[in-house]
Design a protein around this ligand. Structure first.
Ligand code: 9WN
Length: 487
C-alpha cells in the first residue's frame, strides 16, 4: 500500500503530446490492489479519455470522468487534466456538460441510446451543442469543479504551465450558471434534474412516483444494448426503460429547451455536489487571483436552501423533492446522505445523518460493508437491482470524504478499509451486494479503480480537511476558501 502526496508526472511537465501521456509510477508499486487498479485505468483509456467499462459503457461519461480524473491524478496529472479537458471540450454553448460524449469509432449498436437517438448536432443546435462531436443532451452530477481543483493540486507546476485552471474556469462557471439558472425549475435556487439518468442513480425507487406520470415508449420502438452485458434481473425493467426513452425523446423533440418536461426533481446528492463544486470553484477563482467571496457565500447560502427544501428532520435524511408533484418523496436513498460532504452543514444535521447511515436503514457498522444505494427497510429494496439496494464505490468515497470533513475519523477509516477490501476482491466491480461485497454488473469499472487509487494515495490524516467545521476546499496558501468571481 502506498501513501503520500500525489506523485508528480515530471516528464509531463514538458510535453502535452499524447504519446507521452503514459501512466508513470516511480518507484513501481507492488501492492496488487494498486497494480490492478492501474491496469483497469490503462485498459479503459482511449487516448483522450477513459471509458467506465469497455463492454457496457464504451463512451465517455460525465461524472465517471470526474471521478476517474480524481484517481488518475496520482499516476499522471497530465492524463487527469486531459480526461477533463476532453469532456469539457464537448460542453454546449448554453453551459451544459453532456452526460455522454460519444466515441465515433464505436459501433452505433454498442450502446443505447446512441448518437442517432440524441441527434445533438441538429436537435441541440439552438442550445449550442458542438458540431464536431456527438453527445447526449442531458447532464450528470456536477463533480467537475471539485475534480479540476483536486487535479490541479496534484501538480500545480504542470497545471500552471499548461494554463489548466485558467482554461477550465470559464467553462466550469458557465456550467454552474446553467444549472443554477436554467435548471432552477422549483424556483428556490436548487437545480432540478429532468431525467433519472441525470442524477446518476438511474433506477432509484425515488423516481418511481414521478415516473408514473410518464407514458412509456413502446418496447418495440428501441433495442436495449445493456441486456447484452448485464443480467436482466439486475437491470431496470423494460417498463422503466420505456419511460427513460420517452422522457429523453420528448426533451430532444423540444430541442433540449428547459422548463417544460413532466419530470423535474430536486435531488440532494446532485445539489450537494453542485455546492461542493461551487466551493471548489471559489478556490480555483482564488488561485487565479480573484478577490471576491461571492462563490463561497453562494455555496453557504445554497447549503441553507438545501436544508430548508430537502431536509426531513423526523427521518434524519435529505429527501428528493418532486417539483411537478409538489412534495418530498418519502424514500430513503443514499443520495440523502451525500450532503454530509458540505462543510457548512449544522452540527445537529451532521449528527442525524451519521445516525441514519449507521442505523437500521443503511446498516453501516453492523450489517452492510458499503453504503447501500437504497433503504434496507424500504419496500423496493433489492440487493442486486440497479440503484435499488446495491452499493456503488463513488457514493462510498463521497461518504468517506463527508465523514472526514466532519471529524468522524474512526468511521471514515473503517469505511476506507472496507472500500479497499471490497474493491480488490470484487475485481473493481461496478457495484456490489452491500452485505457480502459480491460483484455485480461490470468488472474493471473505471471509477472503482480510480477511487481505489485515490484512497490508497491519500493518507487517512491528510488530503481533505479532517476537522469538523473546517473547509474541505482549502486553498494552497491554507487561508481557507475565500475565492469567488462575484458573478
Ligand atoms: C446511463 C456510466 C453510467 C453511470 C451511471 C449509471 C449508468 C447509464 C446506463 O452507467 O448509467 O447514463 O446505461 O445505465 O447508472 O451512474 O454514470 O458508468
Amino acid at each position: 500500500m502506498s501513501f503520500g502526496e500525489p506523485r508528480v508526472d515530471r516528464t509531463a511537465l514538458f510535453t502535452t503530446r499524447s504519446a507521452e501521456r503514459a501512466l508513470v509510477y516511480d518507484p513501481p508499486p507492488t501492492d496488487p490492489l494498486h497494480v490492478g487498479a492501474v491496469r483497469v485505468l490503462e485498459a479503459n483509456w482511449t487516448g483522450t479519455s477513459t471509458v467506465p467499462s469497455r463492454g457496457l459503457y464504451p463512451h465517455q461519461w460525465s461524472w465517471d470522468s470526474a471521478f476517474i480524473a480524481i484517481g488518475l491524478r496520482h499516476l499522471s496529472p497530465l492524463r487527469a487534466q486531459t480526461e477533463l479537458e476532453t469532456l469539457l471540450a464537448a460542453q454546449w454553448d448554453d453551459g451544459r456538460i453532456p452526460h455522454i460524449v460519444f466515441n465515433p469509432s464505436v459501433p452505433l449498436d454498442a450502446y443505447f441510446p446512441s448518437p442517432d437517438f440524441w441527434r445533438s448536432s441538429t436537435a441541440g443546435r439552438a442550445a449550442g451543442a458542438p458540431r464536431t462531436v456527438q453527445t447526449s443532451g442531458i447532464v450528470q452530477p456536477p463533480v467537475h469543479a471539485l475534480a479540476v481543483w483536486l487535479v490541479h493540486r496534484a501538480d500545480p507546476g504542470l497545471s500552471h504551465a499548461r494554463g489548466f485552471l485558467a482554461r477550465m474556469y470559464p467553462r466550469l462557471a458557465a456550467w454552474h450558471r446553467y444549472l443554477l439558472h436554467r435548471r432552477d425549475l422549483g424556483g428556490a435556487g436548487l437545480a432540478s434534474v429532468v431525467h433519472p439518468w441525470e442524477q446518476g442513480m438511474d433506477n432509484s425507487p425515488c423516481w418511481d412516483a414521478p415516473l408514473t406520470r410518464v407514458t412509456p415508449a413502446p418496447a418495440r420502438s428501441f433495442r436495449r444494448a445493456d441486456l447484452d452485458h448485464g443480467a436482466a434481473e439486475d437491470r431496470p425493467t423494460d417498463l422503466d426503460y420505456g419511460r427513460y426513452v420517452r422522457l429523453a425523446a420528448d426533451y430532444r423533440d423540444a430541442e433540449y429547451r428547459d422548463g417544460g418536461g413532466e419530470f423535474a426533481v430536486e435531488d440532494p446528492a446532485f445539489n450537494a455536489l453542485l455546492i461542493a463544486s461551487e466551493h471548489a470553484l471559489a478556490a480555483i477563482a482564488h488561485e487565479l487571483g480573484a478577490t471576491g467571496t461571492a462563490r463561497h457565500a453562494r455555496a453557504e447560502r445554497l447549503t441553507r436552501v438545501l436544508r430548508e427544501r430537502l431536509w426531513d428532520q423526523a427521518a434524519g435524511v435529505f429527501r428528493c423533492r418532486d417539483v411537478r408533484g409538489g412534495g418530498l418523496i418519502p424514500e430513503r436513498s443514499v443520495s440523502g446522505l451525500m450532503p454530509l460532504l458540505l462543510p457548512g452543514l449544522p452540527r445537529e444535521t451532521v449528527a442525524a445523518l451519521v445516525n441514519t447511515a449507521y442505523g437500521p436503514h443503511f446498516g453501516l457498522g453492523s450489517g452492510t460493508r458499503l453504503p447501500p444505494s437504497y433503504d434496507l427497510l424500504g419496500e423496493a429494496f433489492d440487493p442486486h437491482r440497479y440503484w435499488r439496494g446495491p452499493a456503488w464505490f463513488n457514493t462510498a468515497w463521497l461518504l468517506e470524504r463527508g465523514l472526514r470533513t466532519h471529524g468522524e475519523l474512526a468511521r471514515a477509516d473503517a469505511l476506507r478499509e472496507a472500500f479497499l477490501d471490497v474493491a480488490g476482491t470484487s475485481g473493481y466491480a461496478e457495484y456490489v451486494d452491500p452485505f457480502t461485497g459480491e460483484a455485480c454488473g461490470a468488472t474493471g469499472f473505471g471509477w472503482t479503480a480510480a477511487l481505489t487509487l485515490d484512497l490508497l494515495h491519500t493518507r487517512p490524516d491528510d488530503g481533505v480537511s479532517r476537522t469538523a467545521g473546517q473547509h474541505t476546499f482549502e486553498t494552497t496558501s491554507g487561508q481557507g476558501n475565500e475565492g469567488g468571481d462575484g458573478e
